[in-house]
Design a protein around this ligand. Structure first.
Ligand code: FES
Ligand code: FES
Length: 163
């Protein structure tokens, strides 16, 4: 076992981990953060997406030892004051969450995209964000229920609000 320390949802934490573990297992087992879903476990569905140093990653494939000293954000960070994050509210308003299994990962990928904006090189203003850019940002997140249209509309609406 190895002790690691990192920032988790704004707090510095320390925990003992097994060297072969992935971030997803540690979030769910050591910290009881069950909002991050386990889908395929193979880096294909995006259900396990969290942010590491502001970038979206598949936590099922992220070796836990590489987390030492980094900043990790999970879906639980978004409404820790009991209020929905604008993305969560927009998903609700647009019917972008149906069974909800993909939703935490989808929202974390969308958050990385929105937080990075307007650093997104292809566009200068939210009005110019094309559907293709949003689709590209969410390409690693699969949804079996919505057909993606509502999800894209929800992300577009948040960008527009933030303009
Ligand atoms: S559970 Fe990680 S990508 Fe599917
Ligand atoms: S809402 Fe069911 S998988 Fe996306």
């Amino acid at each position: 076992m190895t002790k690691i320390s990192f920032i988790l949802n704004g707090d510095r934490v320390e925990t003992w981990v097994k060297e072969h573990e992935m971030l997803l297992e540690v979030l769910r087992s050591n910290f009881n953060l069950k909002g991050t879903r386990e889908g395929c476990g193979m880096g294909e569905c995006g259900a396990c997406t969290v942010l590491v140093d502001g970038k979206s990653i598949n936590s099922c494939l992220f070796p836990i030892l590489e987390i030492d000293g980094k900043i990790v954000e999970t879906i639980e960070a978004l409404n820790d004051k009991g209020e929905f994050h604008p993305l969560q509210q927009s998903f609700l308003d647009h019917g972008a969450s149906q069974c909800g299994f993909c939703t935490p990962g989808m929202i974390m990928s969308a958050k990385a995209f929105i937080d990075d904006y307007p650093a997104t090189p292809e566009s200068a203003t939210p009005e110019e964000v094309t559907e293709a850019e949003i689709k590209q940002a969410l390409a690693g997140n699969l949804c079996r229920c919505t057909g993606y249209f509502q999800i894209i509309e929800a992300v577009k609406a948040v960008l527009k609000e933030q303009a």
